[in-house]
Design a binder for this molecule. Sequence first.
Ligand SMILES: [Zn+2]
Length: 301
Amino acid sequence: MQKKKTTIVVTILVLILAVAGSLVAWQSNSQKDDKKSDKLTIVASTNVYAELAKTVAGNHANVSAIITKQSVSPEDYEPTNAVAKKVAKADIAFGNGLGYDAWLQKLAKTSKSTQVLYVGNDILNKKSGSNPHLWNDPANMIKAAQGLADTLSKKDPKHKADYQANAQAYATKLKPVTDKIAELKSAVAGKEVMETEPVYEYMLDALGANVVGTDFAEAIEEGNDPSPAVLTDIQNKIKNHELAFLVYNTQTTGGTVDKIVKLAKDNNIPIVKVTETSPEKTSYVDWKLSELKQVQEIVAK
Ligand SMILES: [Zn+2]
């Protein structure tokens, strides 16, 4: 009897030790995993910038986007607590800047370790008040990739060569877009075009177009009613067939915009449909090419 009891006690003790031992092993393993994921963390304000950051960081950083849905406007976005925590834990908060995603900097300021990198303010050195829709010129995106690569090279010098090579790879990835612009430039250059909102301005500039009716586009962007003088001016431009095409941001519709789009259609002014934010699950290159193909169909006629 006595012997059996001892055996049971010893067995239980061995079991306890085994469990405790495996707990210790598990704990040190998970600590190792923590160290292993010493990767940098980049939080981008939109999926367009996250796509860029993923290419530049390669497998040396965990990259995520805050806004991934086309229905959410970065300009009006209000971050949740979970997003605030995510930004505070990130090494780099990567965004557009120029007031477009000002909330990103506000969140990053709550943490000493989060560095804000704005494409407009920090990389392109644009003045505040400049048109914030920077991504519509691929040249801006290529500079943004280089700027991010330089920042990552400073934070993680061990992988500098990779970051620099990845920035080059990003520029190569965008070649179908830059080639298409070069191809269309002579046909678009100098032509008068108008936008319902100034979202596509950098692309139109890259194509060499003469962008007119900017007072109208800016009023719509600000949510204001264009003045009667401004309205009359653009109505005349449409009726007199002065415009090569009208660029229509399909994400901002209603009242005045609908009337101008209808007037353009009635007067056989071609319309290029663009969106301010990236369609879901569409790469930057595919997004920009689908817009440029519409321009191509118009100017090829
Ligand atoms: Zn906008």
